[in-house]
Design a protein around this ligand. Structure first.
Ligand SMILES: Cc1cc2nc3c(=O)[nH]c(=O)nc-3n(C[C@H](O)[C@H](O)[C@H](O)COP(=O)(O)O)c2cc1C
Ligand code: SF4
Ligand code: SF4
Length: 422
Protein backbone atom coordinates (compact mmCIF):
# COMPACT_ATOMS: atom_id res chain seq x y z
CA UNK A 1 0.00 0.00 0.00
CA UNK A 2 1.67 3.24 -1.15
CA UNK A 3 1.69 6.40 0.96
CA UNK A 4 -0.33 9.11 -0.81
CA UNK A 5 0.11 11.69 1.92
CA UNK A 6 1.26 15.10 0.81
CA UNK A 7 3.28 17.82 2.46
CA UNK A 8 2.88 21.05 0.53
CA UNK A 9 4.89 23.78 2.29
CA UNK A 10 4.11 22.10 5.58
CA UNK A 11 0.39 21.88 4.70
CA UNK A 12 -0.39 18.21 5.21
CA UNK A 13 -3.12 16.29 3.39
CA UNK A 14 -3.82 12.55 3.30
CA UNK A 15 -3.64 12.57 -0.52
CA UNK A 16 -2.63 15.07 -3.22
CA UNK A 17 -6.22 15.58 -4.46
CA UNK A 18 -7.62 19.03 -3.68
CA UNK A 19 -10.81 20.57 -4.98
CA UNK A 20 -10.03 23.76 -6.93
CA UNK A 21 -11.54 27.11 -6.02
CA UNK A 22 -15.01 26.98 -7.62
CA UNK A 23 -18.66 26.16 -6.75
CA UNK A 24 -17.80 22.79 -5.09
CA UNK A 25 -15.79 24.70 -2.47
CA UNK A 26 -18.01 27.72 -1.88
CA UNK A 27 -19.81 26.60 1.27
CA UNK A 28 -19.47 24.51 4.41
CA UNK A 29 -22.04 21.90 3.50
CA UNK A 30 -20.21 21.08 0.27
CA UNK A 31 -16.72 21.13 1.72
CA UNK A 32 -17.72 18.82 4.58
CA UNK A 33 -19.26 16.36 2.12
CA UNK A 34 -16.10 16.57 -0.01
CA UNK A 35 -13.91 15.80 3.01
CA UNK A 36 -16.19 12.90 3.97
CA UNK A 37 -15.81 11.56 0.42
CA UNK A 38 -12.02 11.61 0.89
CA UNK A 39 -10.64 14.78 -0.73
CA UNK A 40 -7.24 15.66 0.71
CA UNK A 41 -7.90 19.37 0.67
CA UNK A 42 -9.85 22.26 -0.82
CA UNK A 43 -9.13 25.69 -2.14
CA UNK A 44 -12.12 27.71 -0.93
CA UNK A 45 -14.01 29.68 -3.60
CA UNK A 46 -12.31 33.08 -4.07
CA UNK A 47 -13.17 35.70 -1.45
CA UNK A 48 -13.01 39.42 -2.13
CA UNK A 49 -15.29 42.37 -2.57
CA UNK A 50 -19.02 41.95 -3.06
CA UNK A 51 -20.16 40.76 -6.50
CA UNK A 52 -23.41 39.78 -8.20
CA UNK A 53 -23.62 36.88 -10.63
CA UNK A 54 -25.71 36.57 -13.79
CA UNK A 55 -27.90 33.79 -15.16
CA UNK A 56 -27.09 31.69 -17.15
CA UNK A 57 -23.39 31.14 -16.40
CA UNK A 58 -22.11 27.95 -18.00
CA UNK A 59 -21.76 26.45 -21.45
CA UNK A 60 -19.89 23.48 -22.84
CA UNK A 61 -18.29 21.89 -25.84
CA UNK A 62 -19.60 18.35 -26.36
CA UNK A 63 -17.64 16.13 -28.73
CA UNK A 64 -18.65 12.96 -30.44
CA UNK A 65 -21.23 11.98 -27.85
CA UNK A 66 -19.16 13.08 -24.86
CA UNK A 67 -20.85 15.73 -22.77
CA UNK A 68 -18.67 18.52 -21.41
CA UNK A 69 -15.39 17.78 -23.11
CA UNK A 70 -14.76 21.45 -22.45
CA UNK A 71 -16.56 23.57 -19.85
CA UNK A 72 -16.99 27.34 -19.86
CA UNK A 73 -18.15 29.76 -17.16
CA UNK A 74 -18.75 33.46 -16.74
CA UNK A 75 -19.05 33.21 -12.98
CA UNK A 76 -17.39 35.68 -10.62
CA UNK A 77 -15.76 35.15 -7.22
CA UNK A 78 -17.90 34.17 -4.20
CA UNK A 79 -21.15 36.12 -4.11
CA UNK A 80 -21.87 35.07 -0.51
CA UNK A 81 -21.24 37.49 2.37
CA UNK A 82 -17.65 37.45 3.62
CA UNK A 83 -18.55 36.92 7.30
CA UNK A 84 -20.53 33.76 6.46
CA UNK A 85 -17.64 32.38 4.37
CA UNK A 86 -15.16 33.07 7.17
CA UNK A 87 -17.36 31.42 9.81
CA UNK A 88 -17.84 28.34 7.62
CA UNK A 89 -14.13 28.01 6.79
CA UNK A 90 -13.33 28.04 10.53
CA UNK A 91 -15.88 25.30 11.16
CA UNK A 92 -14.53 23.10 8.33
CA UNK A 93 -10.97 23.45 9.69
CA UNK A 94 -12.23 22.51 13.16
CA UNK A 95 -14.11 19.44 11.94
CA UNK A 96 -11.41 18.17 9.53
CA UNK A 97 -8.05 19.34 10.92
CA UNK A 98 -6.16 16.74 8.84
CA UNK A 99 -7.29 18.19 5.48
CA UNK A 100 -5.68 21.09 3.64
CA UNK A 101 -7.75 24.27 3.80
CA UNK A 102 -6.46 26.87 1.36
CA UNK A 103 -8.48 30.04 0.84
CA UNK A 104 -8.47 31.81 -2.51
CA UNK A 105 -8.32 35.60 -2.37
CA UNK A 106 -8.82 38.46 -4.77
CA UNK A 107 -8.85 41.74 -2.89
CA UNK A 108 -9.45 45.18 -4.40
CA UNK A 109 -6.35 46.77 -5.82
CA UNK A 110 -4.88 48.28 -2.64
CA UNK A 111 -2.33 47.16 -0.08
CA UNK A 112 -4.75 47.88 2.80
CA UNK A 113 -7.57 45.79 1.28
CA UNK A 114 -5.20 42.83 0.77
CA UNK A 115 -3.86 43.12 4.33
CA UNK A 116 -7.34 43.36 5.82
CA UNK A 117 -8.58 40.30 3.90
CA UNK A 118 -5.48 38.26 4.77
CA UNK A 119 -5.82 38.86 8.51
CA UNK A 120 -9.55 38.02 8.41
CA UNK A 121 -8.81 34.74 6.63
CA UNK A 122 -5.86 33.84 8.85
CA UNK A 123 -8.16 34.21 11.87
CA UNK A 124 -10.18 31.22 10.59
CA UNK A 125 -7.23 28.84 11.07
CA UNK A 126 -6.90 28.20 7.31
CA UNK A 127 -3.58 26.60 6.35
CA UNK A 128 -2.72 28.58 3.25
CA UNK A 129 -3.76 31.34 0.86
CA UNK A 130 -4.12 31.16 -2.91
CA UNK A 131 -3.96 34.44 -4.83
CA UNK A 132 -6.41 34.50 -7.69
CA UNK A 133 -4.53 36.35 -10.45
CA UNK A 134 -6.39 34.43 -13.09
CA UNK A 135 -10.11 35.11 -13.24
CA UNK A 136 -10.59 35.97 -16.94
CA UNK A 137 -13.98 37.71 -16.79
CA UNK A 138 -15.84 40.28 -14.72
CA UNK A 139 -12.99 41.02 -12.32
CA UNK A 140 -10.42 42.09 -14.96
CA UNK A 141 -12.61 45.08 -15.84
CA UNK A 142 -12.03 46.23 -12.24
CA UNK A 143 -8.24 45.76 -12.47
CA UNK A 144 -8.32 42.41 -10.62
CA UNK A 145 -7.90 38.71 -11.49
CA UNK A 146 -6.26 38.18 -14.87
CA UNK A 147 -5.52 41.91 -15.11
CA UNK A 148 -2.96 41.32 -12.32
CA UNK A 149 -1.72 37.98 -13.66
CA UNK A 150 -1.22 39.34 -17.18
CA UNK A 151 1.23 42.00 -16.03
CA UNK A 152 4.28 40.59 -14.21
CA UNK A 153 5.08 43.92 -12.58
CA UNK A 154 1.58 44.33 -11.11
CA UNK A 155 1.71 40.71 -9.94
CA UNK A 156 5.08 41.38 -8.30
CA UNK A 157 3.64 44.39 -6.47
CA UNK A 158 0.58 42.52 -5.20
CA UNK A 159 2.63 39.50 -4.08
CA UNK A 160 4.93 41.87 -2.18
CA UNK A 161 1.90 43.39 -0.42
CA UNK A 162 0.65 39.92 0.46
CA UNK A 163 4.02 38.72 1.76
CA UNK A 164 4.28 41.74 4.07
CA UNK A 165 1.21 40.48 5.92
CA UNK A 166 0.78 36.72 5.42
CA UNK A 167 1.99 34.35 8.13
CA UNK A 168 0.72 31.20 6.40
CA UNK A 169 1.97 29.79 3.04
CA UNK A 170 0.98 31.73 -0.07
CA UNK A 171 0.28 30.07 -3.44
CA UNK A 172 0.02 32.34 -6.47
CA UNK A 173 -2.43 31.03 -9.09
CA UNK A 174 -1.43 31.91 -12.65
CA UNK A 175 -3.62 32.86 -15.56
CA UNK A 176 -3.09 30.96 -18.84
CA UNK A 177 -4.30 33.99 -20.83
CA UNK A 178 -0.76 35.11 -21.63
CA UNK A 179 1.89 34.21 -24.19
CA UNK A 180 3.93 32.51 -21.44
CA UNK A 181 3.13 31.88 -17.78
CA UNK A 182 6.82 32.16 -16.85
CA UNK A 183 7.23 35.98 -16.55
CA UNK A 184 4.38 36.32 -14.02
CA UNK A 185 5.47 33.13 -12.27
CA UNK A 186 9.02 34.47 -12.01
CA UNK A 187 7.93 37.90 -10.77
CA UNK A 188 5.74 36.21 -8.13
CA UNK A 189 8.57 33.95 -6.94
CA UNK A 190 10.98 36.88 -6.82
CA UNK A 191 8.39 38.80 -4.78
CA UNK A 192 8.31 35.95 -2.28
CA UNK A 193 5.35 33.70 -3.10
CA UNK A 194 5.86 30.32 -1.42
CA UNK A 195 4.29 28.32 -4.26
CA UNK A 196 2.57 28.53 -7.64
CA UNK A 197 -0.59 26.94 -8.97
CA UNK A 198 -1.81 26.73 -12.57
CA UNK A 199 -3.89 26.96 -14.64
CA UNK A 200 -6.97 29.08 -14.19
CA UNK A 201 -9.47 29.09 -17.05
CA UNK A 202 -8.71 29.99 -20.68
CA UNK A 203 -10.69 32.76 -22.36
CA UNK A 204 -13.11 31.30 -24.84
CA UNK A 205 -16.30 31.42 -26.89
CA UNK A 206 -17.67 27.88 -26.71
CA UNK A 207 -20.24 28.25 -29.48
CA UNK A 208 -23.21 30.11 -30.88
CA UNK A 209 -26.87 29.09 -30.81
CA UNK A 210 -27.70 28.93 -34.51
CA UNK A 211 -31.38 29.74 -33.92
CA UNK A 212 -30.94 32.85 -31.78
CA UNK A 213 -27.44 33.73 -33.11
CA UNK A 214 -26.43 34.44 -29.50
CA UNK A 215 -23.16 32.92 -28.20
CA UNK A 216 -23.36 30.64 -25.16
CA UNK A 217 -24.00 31.14 -22.29
CA UNK A 218 -26.91 33.44 -23.12
CA UNK A 219 -27.69 36.24 -20.67
CA UNK A 220 -30.78 38.00 -22.02
CA UNK A 221 -29.53 37.85 -25.60
CA UNK A 222 -25.89 38.72 -24.92
CA UNK A 223 -22.77 36.82 -23.86
CA UNK A 224 -19.16 37.53 -22.88
CA UNK A 225 -15.86 35.68 -23.20
CA UNK A 226 -15.87 32.93 -20.60
CA UNK A 227 -13.25 30.79 -18.85
CA UNK A 228 -12.64 27.40 -20.50
CA UNK A 229 -11.62 24.33 -18.48
CA UNK A 230 -12.26 20.59 -18.28
CA UNK A 231 -10.60 17.71 -20.20
CA UNK A 232 -10.11 19.85 -23.33
CA UNK A 233 -7.57 22.12 -21.60
CA UNK A 234 -5.39 19.41 -20.04
CA UNK A 235 -2.70 19.37 -22.77
CA UNK A 236 -2.37 23.17 -22.56
CA UNK A 237 -2.16 23.05 -18.77
CA UNK A 238 0.52 20.33 -18.91
CA UNK A 239 2.58 22.41 -21.32
CA UNK A 240 2.33 25.49 -19.12
CA UNK A 241 3.17 23.46 -16.02
CA UNK A 242 6.29 22.12 -17.77
CA UNK A 243 7.54 25.63 -18.52
CA UNK A 244 7.20 26.48 -14.82
CA UNK A 245 8.92 23.21 -13.79
CA UNK A 246 11.82 23.89 -16.14
CA UNK A 247 12.49 27.55 -15.44
CA UNK A 248 15.39 27.97 -12.97
CA UNK A 249 13.49 30.55 -10.88
CA UNK A 250 9.97 29.16 -10.82
CA UNK A 251 11.03 25.54 -10.27
CA UNK A 252 12.36 26.48 -6.84
CA UNK A 253 8.85 26.55 -5.34
CA UNK A 254 6.25 23.76 -5.07
CA UNK A 255 3.51 23.69 -7.71
CA UNK A 256 -0.15 22.76 -7.51
CA UNK A 257 -1.31 21.48 -10.92
CA UNK A 258 -4.76 22.31 -12.32
CA UNK A 259 -6.59 21.97 -15.63
CA UNK A 260 -8.70 19.12 -16.96
CA UNK A 261 -7.82 16.55 -14.30
CA UNK A 262 -10.56 13.91 -14.26
CA UNK A 263 -8.78 10.65 -13.40
CA UNK A 264 -5.83 9.34 -11.38
CA UNK A 265 -3.90 9.05 -14.63
CA UNK A 266 -4.34 12.75 -15.35
CA UNK A 267 -3.18 13.53 -11.81
CA UNK A 268 -0.10 11.33 -12.15
CA UNK A 269 0.79 13.12 -15.40
CA UNK A 270 0.64 16.51 -13.67
CA UNK A 271 2.80 15.18 -10.84
CA UNK A 272 5.32 13.64 -13.25
CA UNK A 273 5.66 17.13 -14.70
CA UNK A 274 6.36 18.69 -11.33
CA UNK A 275 3.10 19.18 -9.40
CA UNK A 276 3.12 18.27 -5.70
CA UNK A 277 -0.66 18.52 -5.37
CA UNK A 278 -3.40 18.58 -7.99
CA UNK A 279 -6.67 20.50 -8.05
CA UNK A 280 -9.91 19.38 -9.67
CA UNK A 281 -12.98 21.42 -10.60
CA UNK A 282 -14.90 20.38 -13.74
CA UNK A 283 -14.69 16.63 -13.09
CA UNK A 284 -16.12 17.08 -9.59
CA UNK A 285 -18.88 19.35 -10.95
CA UNK A 286 -19.75 16.74 -13.58
CA UNK A 287 -19.39 13.48 -11.64
CA UNK A 288 -19.64 14.49 -7.97
CA UNK A 289 -17.28 14.23 -5.02
CA UNK A 290 -16.98 10.45 -5.02
CA UNK A 291 -14.59 10.41 -7.99
CA UNK A 292 -11.82 10.92 -5.45
CA UNK A 293 -12.16 7.26 -4.36
CA UNK A 294 -11.12 6.03 -7.82
CA UNK A 295 -8.41 8.66 -7.98
CA UNK A 296 -6.84 7.45 -4.72
CA UNK A 297 -7.22 3.74 -5.62
CA UNK A 298 -5.83 4.22 -9.11
CA UNK A 299 -2.81 6.23 -7.98
CA UNK A 300 -2.16 3.78 -5.17
CA UNK A 301 -2.24 0.75 -7.51
CA UNK A 302 -0.01 2.46 -10.06
CA UNK A 303 2.52 3.42 -7.38
CA UNK A 304 2.57 -0.16 -6.05
CA UNK A 305 3.08 -1.48 -9.56
CA UNK A 306 5.94 0.93 -10.24
CA UNK A 307 7.49 0.45 -6.80
CA UNK A 308 6.98 4.08 -5.74
CA UNK A 309 6.48 4.24 -1.98
CA UNK A 310 5.68 7.95 -1.61
CA UNK A 311 4.56 10.61 -4.06
CA UNK A 312 7.97 12.31 -3.78
CA UNK A 313 9.41 9.24 -5.54
CA UNK A 314 7.88 10.31 -8.86
CA UNK A 315 7.13 14.06 -8.72
CA UNK A 316 8.91 15.78 -11.63
CA UNK A 317 10.31 12.52 -13.09
CA UNK A 318 9.14 13.35 -16.65
CA UNK A 319 10.35 16.97 -16.68
CA UNK A 320 13.80 16.16 -18.17
CA UNK A 321 12.11 14.11 -20.90
CA UNK A 322 10.61 17.24 -22.47
CA UNK A 323 13.49 18.77 -24.34
CA UNK A 324 14.22 21.06 -27.29
CA UNK A 325 13.55 19.86 -30.83
CA UNK A 326 17.23 20.37 -31.70
CA UNK A 327 18.18 17.74 -29.13
CA UNK A 328 15.99 14.94 -30.54
CA UNK A 329 17.73 11.90 -32.04
CA UNK A 330 17.31 11.98 -35.84
CA UNK A 331 18.65 8.44 -36.13
CA UNK A 332 15.68 7.06 -34.19
CA UNK A 333 13.28 5.71 -36.81
CA UNK A 334 10.08 3.71 -36.45
CA UNK A 335 7.94 1.94 -39.00
CA UNK A 336 4.29 0.93 -38.75
CA UNK A 337 3.44 -2.76 -38.80
CA UNK A 338 -0.11 -4.00 -39.37
CA UNK A 339 -1.16 -7.22 -37.67
CA UNK A 340 -3.07 -9.21 -40.30
CA UNK A 341 -4.63 -11.28 -37.49
CA UNK A 342 -6.14 -8.27 -35.76
CA UNK A 343 -7.02 -6.14 -38.81
CA UNK A 344 -10.75 -5.74 -39.54
CA UNK A 345 -10.04 -4.33 -43.03
CA UNK A 346 -11.81 -1.02 -42.47
CA UNK A 347 -9.30 0.89 -44.60
CA UNK A 348 -9.12 3.90 -42.28
CA UNK A 349 -5.32 3.71 -42.01
CA UNK A 350 -4.99 3.62 -45.79
CA UNK A 351 -7.14 6.73 -46.33
CA UNK A 352 -5.32 8.63 -43.59
CA UNK A 353 -1.85 7.73 -44.86
CA UNK A 354 -2.80 8.44 -48.50
CA UNK A 355 -4.40 11.83 -47.88
CA UNK A 356 -2.72 12.95 -44.66
CA UNK A 357 0.71 11.44 -44.57
CA UNK A 358 3.22 9.70 -46.84
CA UNK A 359 1.25 7.28 -49.06
CA UNK A 360 3.01 4.39 -47.33
CA UNK A 361 0.25 1.77 -47.11
CA UNK A 362 -0.41 -0.76 -49.86
CA UNK A 363 -4.00 -1.62 -50.68
CA UNK A 364 -4.37 -5.08 -52.20
CA UNK A 365 -7.88 -5.57 -53.54
CA UNK A 366 -9.48 -8.84 -52.65
CA UNK A 367 -12.63 -10.74 -51.89
CA UNK A 368 -14.28 -10.68 -49.41
CA UNK A 369 -12.04 -7.84 -48.22
CA UNK A 370 -9.03 -5.71 -49.12
CA UNK A 371 -5.67 -6.20 -47.41
CA UNK A 372 -3.41 -3.45 -46.09
CA UNK A 373 0.33 -3.65 -45.62
CA UNK A 374 2.98 -1.00 -44.93
CA UNK A 375 5.63 -0.04 -47.51
CA UNK A 376 8.57 -0.08 -45.08
CA UNK A 377 10.83 2.05 -47.25
CA UNK A 378 8.18 4.82 -47.52
CA UNK A 379 6.89 4.92 -43.93
CA UNK A 380 8.18 7.95 -41.98
CA UNK A 381 6.90 6.62 -38.65
CA UNK A 382 4.50 9.51 -38.08
CA UNK A 383 2.00 7.43 -35.96
CA UNK A 384 -1.08 8.67 -37.86
CA UNK A 385 -2.33 5.20 -38.91
CA UNK A 386 -1.82 3.84 -35.39
CA UNK A 387 -3.76 6.75 -33.89
CA UNK A 388 -6.63 6.18 -36.34
CA UNK A 389 -6.87 2.40 -36.29
CA UNK A 390 -9.95 1.37 -34.25
CA UNK A 391 -8.43 -1.95 -33.15
CA UNK A 392 -6.17 -1.85 -30.09
CA UNK A 393 -2.57 -2.88 -30.89
CA UNK A 394 -3.44 -3.80 -34.49
CA UNK A 395 -0.87 -1.30 -35.72
CA UNK A 396 2.36 -1.28 -33.77
CA UNK A 397 5.44 0.83 -34.36
CA UNK A 398 8.73 -1.02 -34.73
CA UNK A 399 12.12 0.54 -34.20
CA UNK A 400 14.44 0.49 -37.24
CA UNK A 401 17.24 2.92 -36.35
CA UNK A 402 18.93 4.73 -39.21
CA UNK A 403 22.25 4.59 -37.38
CA UNK A 404 23.51 3.31 -34.06
CA UNK A 405 24.71 6.61 -32.65
CA UNK A 406 22.66 9.51 -31.26
CA UNK A 407 22.50 12.25 -33.91
CA UNK A 408 20.89 15.64 -33.40
CA UNK A 409 19.99 18.24 -36.02
CA UNK A 410 23.11 20.37 -35.42
CA UNK A 411 25.39 17.36 -35.89
CA UNK A 412 23.36 16.30 -38.90
CA UNK A 413 23.98 19.69 -40.57
CA UNK A 414 27.65 19.77 -39.54
CA UNK A 415 28.22 16.42 -41.18
CA UNK A 416 26.36 17.57 -44.33
CA UNK A 417 24.15 14.47 -44.34
CA UNK A 418 21.48 14.14 -47.09
CA UNK A 419 17.90 15.36 -46.57
CA UNK A 420 14.86 13.09 -47.23
CA UNK A 421 13.83 12.38 -50.77
CA UNK A 422 10.18 11.70 -49.82
C1 LIG B 1 -17.82 27.55 -12.41
C2 LIG B 1 -16.40 27.83 -12.11
C3 LIG B 1 -16.06 28.79 -11.16
C4 LIG B 1 -14.72 29.05 -10.87
N1 LIG B 1 -14.41 29.97 -9.92
C5 LIG B 1 -13.12 30.21 -9.60
C6 LIG B 1 -12.78 31.09 -8.55
O1 LIG B 1 -13.63 31.67 -7.88
N2 LIG B 1 -11.46 31.28 -8.28
C7 LIG B 1 -10.47 30.64 -8.97
O2 LIG B 1 -9.28 30.84 -8.68
N3 LIG B 1 -10.77 29.77 -9.96
C8 LIG B 1 -12.07 29.54 -10.28
N4 LIG B 1 -12.37 28.63 -11.25
C9 LIG B 1 -11.27 27.93 -11.97
C10 LIG B 1 -10.94 26.57 -11.33
O3 LIG B 1 -10.50 26.73 -10.01
C11 LIG B 1 -9.86 25.83 -12.14
O4 LIG B 1 -8.69 26.62 -12.17
C12 LIG B 1 -10.29 25.56 -13.59
O5 LIG B 1 -11.66 25.24 -13.65
C13 LIG B 1 -9.45 24.45 -14.23
O6 LIG B 1 -9.67 23.22 -13.60
P1 LIG B 1 -10.65 22.06 -14.22
O7 LIG B 1 -10.23 21.85 -15.64
O8 LIG B 1 -10.47 20.89 -13.32
O9 LIG B 1 -12.03 22.63 -14.16
C14 LIG B 1 -13.70 28.35 -11.56
C15 LIG B 1 -14.05 27.37 -12.50
C16 LIG B 1 -15.38 27.10 -12.76
C17 LIG B 1 -15.72 26.04 -13.76
S1 SF4 C 1 3.24 5.69 -39.70
FE1 SF4 C 1 2.59 7.40 -40.97
S2 SF4 C 1 3.74 7.13 -42.86
FE2 SF4 C 1 3.87 5.17 -41.79
S3 SF4 C 1 2.19 4.00 -42.61
FE3 SF4 C 1 1.42 5.02 -40.78
S4 SF4 C 1 0.48 6.90 -41.53
FE4 SF4 C 1 1.78 6.12 -43.15
S1 SF4 D 1 -7.19 0.96 -39.63
FE1 SF4 D 1 -6.51 -0.86 -38.50
S2 SF4 D 1 -8.19 -2.29 -38.72
FE2 SF4 D 1 -8.52 -0.69 -40.25
S3 SF4 D 1 -7.52 -1.51 -42.10
FE3 SF4 D 1 -6.01 -0.28 -41.03
S4 SF4 D 1 -4.92 -1.74 -39.77
FE4 SF4 D 1 -6.77 -2.73 -40.37
Amino acid sequence: MADLSTDFLGIKSPNPFWLASAPPTDKQVNVLRAFEAGWGGVVWKTLGSQVKNVSSRYSSVDYNGTRIMGFNNIELISDRPLDINLREIKECVRLFPDRAMIVSLMADNSREKWHELISQVEDTGAHGLELNFGCPHGMTERGMGAAVGQDPEIARMVVEWVMEKATIPVITKLTPNVHSVVPTGKASVEAGTNALSLINTIQSVTGIDLDTLVPNPNVAGKSVFGGYCGPAVKPIALKMLTTISQDPTTRKVPISGIGGISTWKDAVEFMLLGATSVQVCTAAMKHGFRIVEDMCDGMNNWMDEKGFKTINDFIGKSVPNLTHWEDLDINYHIIAKISQDKCIHCGLCYIACEDGSHQSINLTQGMPYNTYTVKDEECVGCNLCKLICPVENCITMEVHRKGDEYLNWKEFQRKGLPLNDH
